[in-house]
Design a binder for this molecule. Structure first.
Ligand SMILES: [Zn+2]
Length: 52
């Protein structure tokens, strides 16, 4: 998994146990942060706001 990137919570920066590679695209997927004091829901957006 060394070449994979981790999804980070935009609120607290917690690294979620969710991995993606640089070619992936994602939006509309929601998770709850697993950070102990955070627990916020956020959308996983990967490579959807970049111009290619
Ligand atoms: Zn968080």
């Amino acid at each position: 998994m060394e070449d994979k990137l981790k999804v980070k919570c935009p609120f607290c920066g917690y690294e979620m146990p969710i991995y993606f590679d640089k070619e992936s695209k994602c939006r509309g997927v929601f998770v709850f942060c697993k950070g102990r004091k955070c627990k916020k829901k956020f959308e996983i957006i990967i490579n959807e706001n970049k111009v290619r």
